[in-house]
Design a protein around this ligand. Structure first.
Ligand code: GLN
Length: 214
C-alpha cells in the first residue's frame, strides 16, 4: 500500500513523517501522473488558492478524478480543496465531500490556536492555523471530530474521503492518520471482495446476513 502526499506547497513533510512512523510507504506527489501509482493521498495544509493556481486546469481535473476514485485525506487547505462549496471567497472545489466550508473563518484575532476537541468520544489536541469552518454537512457525511461549545464539526468523512480543518500532523497524537490508514485498508479489502472479483462486497454481505436473520 503506497500513500502519496501532495507536495506542491504547505506542510507536506510532517504528514510524510507521521505516515512513515505508522508504517506506511510514502511518496511525495508533485506531478499529476504520479497519482497513478498510489493507493491513497494526503492533501496538506497551505493556501488553497495557491494550490489551485499551482495545479492549473489539467492538474485540477486529474486530481478530481483521483479523489472521486481513491481514499483521500485533506487537512485545512486540503479540506477546502475537497469540498463541494467554498466561501470567503468562493472558489472551486473537487466535490468529494458534500460540505460547505468557509475559509479563514476564525478571524485575525485567533487565527492560530491549539484547542482541545473530541475525536469520537475522546479528547484530542487540535492545532488550528488560519482554519476554515465547516458550515454545513450533507446527508452522507459522517462527523468524526468536533470542537467548541457548539460542537462544530472539525473532521468529517464521506465514503473514502476524509478531511480535518485542523493539523493532526503537528500534534504528537497519531490517531487521525491511523484512522485514514484504516480507511485505505478497508477500501482495498472491500475492492478485493467487490463485485468485480465475483465475491460479494462487505456491504452486500451485511445486508444478506440481515435478510437471512430469523
Ligand atoms: N487559510 C488557508 C486557506 O484558505 C488554509 C490554512 C491552512 O491550511 N493552514 O486555504
Amino acid at each position: 500500500m503506497k500513500i502519496g502526499v501532495l507536495a506542491l506547497q504547505g506542510d507536506f513533510d510532517a504528514h510524510r513523517r507521521r505516515l512513515q512512523e505508522l508504517g506506511a510507504e510514502v511518496v511525495l506527489v508533485r506531478k499529476p501522473e504520479e497519482l497513478d501509482a498510489i493507493d491513497g493521498l494526503v492533501i496538506p495544509g497551505g493556501e488553497s488558492g495557491t494550490f489551485l493556481k499551482l495545479l492549473g486546469d489539467g492538474g485540477f481535473e486529474k486530481l478530481k478524478e483521483f479523489v472521486h476514485a481513491k481514499p483521500t485525506f485533506g487537512t485545512c487547505a486540503g479540506a477546502i480543496l475537497l469540498a463541494t462549496e467554498v466561501e470567503n471567497p468562493q472558489q472551486r472545489g473537487l466535490g468529494a465531500l458534500d460540505i460547505r466550508i468557509r475559509r479563514n473563518a476564525y478571524g485575525r484575532q485567533i487565527d492560530s490556536s491549539i484547542r482541545q476537541g473530541l475525536f469520537g468520544d475522546s479528547p484530542l489536541e487540535m492545532v488550528f492555523i488560519r482554519a476554515p469552518k465547516i458550515e454545513h454537512v450533507g446527508e452522507g457525511v459522517e462527523i468524526l471530530a468536533t470542537e467548541g461549545s457548539d460542537q462544530a464539526p472539525v473532521a468529517v468523512r464521506q465514503g473514502r474521503t476524509m478531511a480535518a480543518t485542523f493539523h493532526p500532523e503537528l500534534s504528537d497524537d497519531p490517531r487521525v492518520h491511523q484512522a485514514f490508514l484504516n480507511l485505505i485498508g478497508e477500501t482495498l479489502f472491500d475492492q478485493t471482495r467487490g463485485i468485480f472479483s465475483g465475491k460479494p462486497s462487505l456491504s452486500e454481505e451485511l445486508f444478506r446476513d440481515r435478510r437471512t436473520e430469523p
